[in-house]
Ligand binder design. Structure first.
Ligand SMILES: NC(=O)c1ccc[n+]([C@@H]2O[C@H](COP(=O)([O-])OP(=O)(O)OC[C@H]3O[C@@H](n4cnc5c(N)ncnc54)[C@H](O)[C@@H]3O)[C@@H](O)[C@H]2O)c1
Ligand SMILES: [Fe+2]
Length: 421
């Protein structure tokens, strides 16, 4: 570690209630925060699962005035989030409760930001895509109840938006966006379709792997202003613990959860893995598979995913995992020991340097085939002629690129996308 390198890492996570039955405590939690009126945000698919109705019942039993907004867009866009913001701006709410996957939780974060601040989404989006405006007013209490395992959005500072006219996904990230409480009840995930279980499970895996292999926090330059450290600080001893545990749990339980959605034990372990990984990546940071996922999801033309609403989209977990084996083959020289260890944690098998870059790439490809998730970019309709655009979109993801364990060039990214075709 050189003298002018960073010597400090940061760690933050919201308070957590985890366990079977935790959902029933949401009314008391919102009531305890002094709120009288609450807006519950969810999407139509989650609404049909019956979980939001249980949330509403708990809130009403606590004497709260409850309004339900059940039109959240899956893989939310600037338009769908705009509709939720308009709805919320027309009312007066003291608190928000998000029930659903990353789509509902991210939408609620944006609603919270844009009902406590004037202006529009793009003002707050991370540069160079948006203006990077930072929140100046206090936000309202937001309680997140994830029904997927999962994006980890319940513990992160991030809100991901599909910017329709720009044809790419962009993010808003600020500590003020982090929910004030995450209520994780594994029973809420029992109704998740197999395809959503597979995709969101690969998202968990990738959060853990990317954080675990991100650049070590103390190899980055010290910040000029210690009060303005970047949200992603790189791999550090605390996130490493969460990520290692998450990798082990995903390796042992994701196949089971996909094969039998009613397997409460596998569901509980995956909910734990998601919580661990969310806690780890919210601080260390995700890198290339997530940077690549943004243009892959943003530029889709016609692909429709089974198990998801009938509209063109590449679900986040599919967009993240399709380049992951190729990314980790390329990042292997950045830290061979970590890549081998990750392959061992995921598979329960032993690997040595002789297995090299193939170890982790191979374990990932096996798992993806077993759970039936697309392994090629051509599945989404992309061909060689799209690579330059995908590279350009990924190169804009400055937050992720800042923690990649090797220097990223457009050429290297092009090779990764071509290998995934
Ligand atoms: N904020 C973050 O930190 C972060 C991180 C990663 C991804 N994301 C974003 O999160 C979104 C993806 O979230 P996701 O993968 O959790 O899925 P999701 O919220 O998009 O839901 C996927 C589908 O599954 C259905 N569904 C979810 N839970 C269900 C349940 N229990 N029963 C029945 N149906 C259910 C939904 O109705 C929807 O059709 C993307 O927009 C992605 O960009 C955010
Ligand atoms: Fe993710």
């Amino acid at each position: 570690m050189a003298l002018d390198n960073e010597s400090v890492f940061t760690w933050a996570a919201p308070p957590l209630k985890f366990g079977i039955g935790a959902l029933q405590e949401v009314g008391a939690e919102v009531g305890n925060r002094g709120a009288r009126s609450v807006l519950v945000l969810t999407d139509p698919g989650v609404a049909a699962s019956g979980v939001p109705a249980q949330v509403v019942a708990s809130l009403e039993a606590a004497g709260l005035d409850v309004t339900l907004f059940d039109r959240v867009g899956v893989e939310p866009t600037d338009d769908s989030i705009g509709e939720a913001i308009d709805f919320a701006r027309a009312g007066e709410y003291d608190a928000y409760v998000a029930v659903g996957g990353g789509s509902a939780i991210d939408t609620a974060k944006a609603v919270n930001l844009l009902t406590t601040h004037d202006g529009e989404l793009l003002d707050f989006v991370t540069p160079p895509i948006g203006a990077g405006r930072t929140p100046t007013e206090p936000l309202r209490p937001l309680i997140a109840i994830p029904t997927t395992a999962g994006t980890g959005s319940e513990s992160t500072t991030i809100c991901v938006i599909d910017m329709l006219r720009l044809h790419l996904k962009a993010g808003i990230s600020h500590p003020a966006l982090r929910p004030c409480l995450a209520i994780v009840d594994p029973t809420t995930t029992l109704t998740m379709p197999a395809e959503v279980t597979a995709a969101s499970g690969m998202d968990v895996l990738s959060h853990a792997l990317e954080s675990y292999t991100s650049v070590p926090f103390d190899s980055k330059p010290a910040p000029e202003d210690p009060m303005k450290r970047p949200a992603f600080c790189g791999a550090n001893p605390i996130s490493d613990v969460w990520c290692e545990m998450a990798l082990k749990l995903v390796g042992a339980n994701l196949r089971r959860a996909v094969m039998n959605g009613r397997d409460l034990q596998a569901r509980t372990q995956m909910a734990l893995a998601s919580t661990y990984a969310g806690t780890g990546f919210g601080n260390a940071g995700t890198h290339l598979p997530h940077a690549n996922a943004y243009p892959i999801a943003g530029a889709v033309q016609a692909y429709k995913a089974d198990g998801y609403p009938e509209m063109p989209m590449v679900p986040h977990g599919q967009a993240v995992s399709v380049t992951a084996p190729h990314v980790f083959r390329w990042t292997y020289p950045g830290d061979p020991a970590r890549h081998l260890r990750a392959a061992e944690l995921l598979s329960g098998r032993t690997f040595t340097g002789v297995d090299g870059a193939d170890a982790l790439a191979g374990v990932l490809s096996e798992l993806m085939t077993d759970i039936g998730i697309p392994t090629r970019l051509t599945s989404f309709g992309y061909g060689a002629g799209d690579v330059d655009n995908l590279v350009a979109g990924a190169m804009k993801q400055t937050r992720q690129l800042s923690v990649v364990p090797r220097a990223v060039t457009a050429e290297a990214l092009g090779d990764i996308f071509r290998a995934a075709l």
